[in-house]
Design a protein around this ligand. Structure first.
Ligand SMILES: [Zn+2]
Ligand SMILES: [Zn+2]
Length: 383
């Protein structure tokens, strides 16, 4: 899903700079990745679609805020979510893109669909939060449920907890939400501990992995491998929805994990493989955070697009000169990446019970809390 209108989701002087989307699409185009994909323009989500995730009061507030720069309330007019002209339209366009992506995957129009502008996982029913106005993820999942999906697995690899999505489905046993993120005691939004498991019939369908600051490629992938494939397989979804935020990068200015583009690319490939293995090949991939707007996001999300096209871009691929020239013309002076990887080959060792590091204790806590509720053995590394 792509439309220049996505660039209108622009908070101004703010870490979430829409240049990251523009640079991703330019890089993917230069590398021929877009030629291997059907590029569809989104339509804005209509009010009925937005109401599947948000309250009428909040929608009215976003409408007013779109035209009144002095508006404050409902989480808007804050440092995180400043008001900007056209906020409603730009946010609805992103939400519509994720809804169409979901619908196309469900229909079988496409096996996979990607909306890099989506993944706005912090938005809550009645307020904006964490740079997110409308929760396109919730709208996409509700689209799938309304279309007849029985079970949906959502995996969120953004460095921040996917709190808005978890909250929306906390009591819904049809939706498994798994979030891997930096420990919430050290980062926004402050939720996402392993003890958050869902309620009622849905107990066990919220899974949280709280990673220590400093976690690198190998550690992150160890945690992923120890929790995500087993939980998703046990749940048995019809569709896999992923939020592919890349603010886990070692240069990201807003968080403290230490992944490389190579580690992020490996994670994306693992999610793709999981969609085929455990979700009938149906994969809806969304963007998310990512504030290394020059050196991280364009490469990692080009890898996301390439992976979804079925033809990954090798990490040693040279970044096309035309892409760098475009940046120089825009006056960007940052050191530009030379290749599509960073020269790392992540080699995660498997998790085993009894490990005493902060990371291993975190993984163990998640498995002990969630795995029995999913019919899995927390102490058996094969689960
Ligand atoms: Zn984030
Ligand atoms: Zn595939």
């Amino acid at each position: 899903m792509w439309d220049e209108g996505y660039l209108g989701y622009d908070f101004g002087e703010h870490p979430l700079n829409p240049i990251r989307l523009d640079l991703t699409i330019r890089l993917a185009r230069e590398l021929g990745v877009l030629d291997r994909l059907e590029v569809l323009a989104p339509r804005p989500a209509d009010e009925a679609q937005l109401l599947t995730a948000h309250t009428p009061d909040y929608l009215a507030a976003v409408r007013v805020a779109s035209e009144d720069p002095s508006f404050a309330g409902f989480g808007l007019g804050t440092d995180d979510d400043p008001v900007f002209p056209g906020m409603y339209a730009a946010s609805a366009l992103i939400a519509g893109g994720s809804a169409i992506a979901a619908q196309h995957v469900w229909d079988g129009h496409s096996e996979h669909a990607v909306n890099i502008a989506g993944g706005l996982h912090h938005a809550m029913p009645g307020f904006a939060s964490g740079f997110c106005v409308f929760n396109d993820v919730v709208i996409a999942i509700r689209t799938l449920l309304a279309a007849g999906a029985r079970k949906i697995a959502y995996v969120d690899i953004d460095v921040h907890h996917g709190d808005g999505v978890q909250a929306a489905f906390y009591d819904d046993p049809r939706v498994l939400t798994i979030s891997l993120h930096q420990d919430p005691r050290t980062l926004f939004p402050g939720t996402g501990l392993p003890i958050e498991l869902g309620v009622g019939d849905a107990e066990g369908t919220s899974v949280n992995v709280a990673l220590p600051p400093g976690t690198d490629d190998a550690g992150w992938l160890r945690a992923f491998n120890a929790v995500v494939p087993g939980a998703v397989r046990a749940f048995g979804p019809d569709v896999l929805v992923t939020q592919d935020g890349c603010d886990t990068h070692h240069e990201d200015p807003l968080a403290n994990l230490e992944l490389s583009v190579d580690g992020q690319r490996t994670a994306i490939a693992a999610l793709h493989a999981l969609a085929h293995e455990a979700a009938n090949g149906k994969w809806v991939a969304l963007g998310g955070g990512g504030y290394g707007v020059i050196r991280c996001v364009p490469r990692t999300w080009t890898h996301l697009l390439a992976e979804a096209s079925g033809e990954p871009v090798p990490p040693e691929t040279v970044v096309p000169a035309a892409w760098g020239e475009h940046l120089r013309k825009r006056g960007v002076r940052a050191e530009l990446p030379r290749t599509m990887g960073e020269g790392h080959t992540p080699r995660p060792t498997p998790w085993a019970p009894g490990g005493d590091s902060w990371l291993d204790r975190s993984i163990g806590a998640t498995r002990r809390a969630a795995f029995p509720l999913l019919g899995l053995d927390p102490d058996d590394p094969r689960d």
